[in-house]
Design a protein. Structure first.
Length: 241
């Protein structure tokens, strides 16, 4: 579903931020990406839907070459849902309108059908009763669940998450991880940048550990936690566990 072939990226001339990355994510796989701050996790995940350009190599998503200038970027972004650390909901739109905006305007889904699907998604994330609320009247955890529903409304093949719980108060982290876990169980292909190692252990099929723009470990969660191969991973795990 996702493939990186010898991907390199620089910021400016000297900052080599992604170093010859090779990786593959199969359909239905859940891959957690972790690593120290500044290691390139956000950059990596943002290259998948062209929020960041790469300098060298290839990225493929479900048969679409993500780094080609010939690729229709809207088509690519229909396939790839993205959930950010900060929810980025439109403050002037209701919860329902936030979810239906892109399906109606980008995908040209008829409004009645988009509304129906949005209500189903809100039910799935446990927020049907908030359909007419505005983002400012929701908690952080509720806003993030709406952001997930909004991503799903485009019927993506892949969902990407960049630290979806790190801006939340601790008591709201569980409800968001719960929705993500349910999504994983439904068979969605997911890449998740997170430091929630409980989620990684319980839900991920693989953990990728990134350090200074390099994939240092790419293995099953159990292996990563109990038997890290590199000093860099051992040190990282000591700091966060
Ligand atoms: P992470 O998400 O792992 O913390 P990032 O991908 O955000 O790491 O950043 C990796 C490195 O690239 C950091 O050193 C960061 O300062 C730098 N960086 C990130 N975005 C930009 C940018 N737009 N321009 C220049 N440098 C950047
Ligand atoms: Mg980041």
């Amino acid at each position: 579903m996702i493939r990186f072939n010898n991907v390199n990226k620089w910021y400016g001339r000297d900052h080599h931020v992604l170093k010859n990355l090779n990786l593959e994510v199969r359909q239905g796989e859940v891959v957690v990406v972790c690593g120290p701050s500044g290691s390139g996790k956000s950059t990596l995940i943002r290259t998948i839907n062209q929020l960041e350009a790469i300098n060298d190599g290839e990225i493929w998503v479900d048969g679409i070459q993500a780094n080609s200038t010939k690729t229709n970027i809207n088509k690519l972004r229909e396939e790839v849902g993205f959930v950010f650390q900060h929810f980025n909901l439109y403050p002037h739109l209701s919860v329902l309108e936030n979810i239906t905006l892109a399906p109606i305007n980008v995908k040209k889904v008829p409004a009645a059908q988009a509304n129906q699907q949005a209500l189903e998604l809100l039910e799935r994330v446990g927020l049907l009763n908030k359909k007419d609320a505005y983002p400012s009247n929701l908690s952080g955890g509720q806003q993030q669940r709406v952001a997930i529903a909004r991503g799903l409304a485009m019927n993506p093949r892949v969902m990407l998450f960049d630290e979806p719980t790190s801006a939340l108060d601790p008591e709201m982290i569980g409800e968001v991880l719960g929705v993500m876990k349910q999504l994983a169980e439904s068979g969605m292909t997911m890449m998740v940048v997170t430091h929630e190692m409980g989620f990684a252990r319980e839900v991920a099929d693989r953990v990728i550990f990134l350090d200074h723009g390099e994939i240092v470990e790419d293995t099953m969660p159990e292996n990563f936690f109990t038997n890290p191969q590199t000093d860099r991973a051992k040190q990282f795990l000591r700091q966060i566990l």
